[in-house]
Design a binder for this molecule. Structure first.
Ligand code: 5GP
Ligand code: MN
Length: 338
């Protein structure tokens, strides 16, 4: 970690009177984990902060230490605006483009705060006064741990902060299986475990806390699985009528796309999910194993982006039309798929 950057970060934190921390829209384990790890760490040095999330986090994260302190822009706009306008330091965690926080963006720009970006996605946009951007690092939580250590705060790591960091590292590495995992990742995990965190509880809260609707939605998605053998590709879909029939709730489809990669020989998988609120919109998630660049594919064909092995995008239309577009475009990537 560069000495000047760490020095500047220390100064910004020391000089600040009102700190805001923001995760991306539809925050995941890494976004919530990193925001709450920072929130709890700032508390230990007597700096209070406010986490403002663009919208609600899924229920399976609501046990994370400090979760009840989060306020939500989509349901409490007034309080969020006030907090932002009086802030002098804003941390943006687990994203690198202000379009990932929707309308909240406008108030970040109006706030005149110094902005610190801590993130691990590719191609950071130029909006922050201080940038910690490490696309090779598997999670924002891992990067945040390195920052804590560089600042000299490792002796402040307690069980709560360690649980938050563990959550983000676990979820963003697919439970320590992705190629982004290094010896250093495990060294960090070892340090977190030494703080007596309940890693088994964290795993169960995240992965073994399904609702009935989630399991039914999973069944429906798996049932739709289509294997394009000649391209080592599979895709799944969830149509609006099915989602409604199974009493779909936001978050129920999280992670289902990964099941596609468990089929022998498959290197690329997509899931198409019709929006249950906005007609004519499909949310797509892509996952790959190895070299296939999900992010470039999503960027070029479905107005999206992300990481090499996990990306997402959107399509104006229904599932059927989105799949038509998918089937038309993937043969162009044949040499990267086989
Ligand atoms: P998911 O499939 O879990 O929604 O998204 C996987 C990853 O892809 C996320 O971590 C995020 O970085 C990225 N991603 C998802 N949707 C979009 C999008 O619409 N635009 C961009 N730029 N990235 C996305
Ligand atoms: Mn992340």
């Amino acid at each position: 970690m560069k000495f000047e950057k760490i020095k500047k970060l220390k100064e910004l934190i020391n000089d600040s009177k009102s700190i805001v921390i923001i995760p991306h829209t539809s925050p995941d384990g890494d976004a919530i984990g990193s925001c709450l790890a920072l929130f709890n760490m700032l508390n230990t040095i007597n700096k209070t902060s406010q986490i403002i999330s663009p919208n609600k986090a899924p229920d399976f994260l609501n046990w994370t230490p400090g979760f009840d302190n989060i306020i939500y822009f989509d349901s409490d706009e007034k309080k969020c605006k006030e907090s932002l306008l009086k802030s002098d330091l804003v941390f943006t965690l687990d994203f690198n483009d202000l379009n990932r926080i929707g309308e909240l963006n406008e108030f970040v720009e109006k706030s005149n705060s110094k902005i610190v970006m801590i993130d691990h996605h590719q191609n950071p946009k130029d909006y922050a006064d201080l940038v910690f951007s490490e696309p090779k690092t598997g999670s924002t939580c891992e990067l945040l741990y390195e920052i804590f250590e560089s600042i000299g705060l490792e002796n402040k790591l307690n069980k709560d902060i360690s649980s938050c960091l563990y959550l983000g590292i676990m979820t963003d590495t697919g439970s320590f299986q992705f190629s982004s995992v290094t010896a250093r990742t495990h060294e960090i995990i070892s340090n977190l475990l030494s703080k007596k965190i309940d890693h088994n509880k964290i795993y169960n809260k995240v992965y073994n806390d399904s609702s009935e609707s989630r399991l039914k939605v999973l069944g429906s998605a798996l049932n739709s699985l289509t294997h394009i053998k000649e391209l080592n590709t599979v895709f799944m879909s969830l149509k609006r009528e099915e989602l409604e029939r199974f009493n779909y709730k936001k978050g129920d489809s999280e992670g289902i796309v990964n099941y596609g990669l468990s089929l022998k020989g498959v290197v690329f998988c997509a899931i198409f999910i019709e929006d249950t609120i906005n007609d004519n919109n499909v949310k797509i998630s892509f996952r790959s194993i190895g070299e296939f660049p999900c992010n470039l594919y999503a960027e070029k064909n479905f107005s999206g982006g992300g990481h090499i092995n996990a990306s997402g995008g959107r399509f104006d239309g229904n599932c059927e039309k989105a799949i038509e577009e998918f089937l038309k475009t993937i043969p162009k990537y044949k040499d990267k798929l086989i």
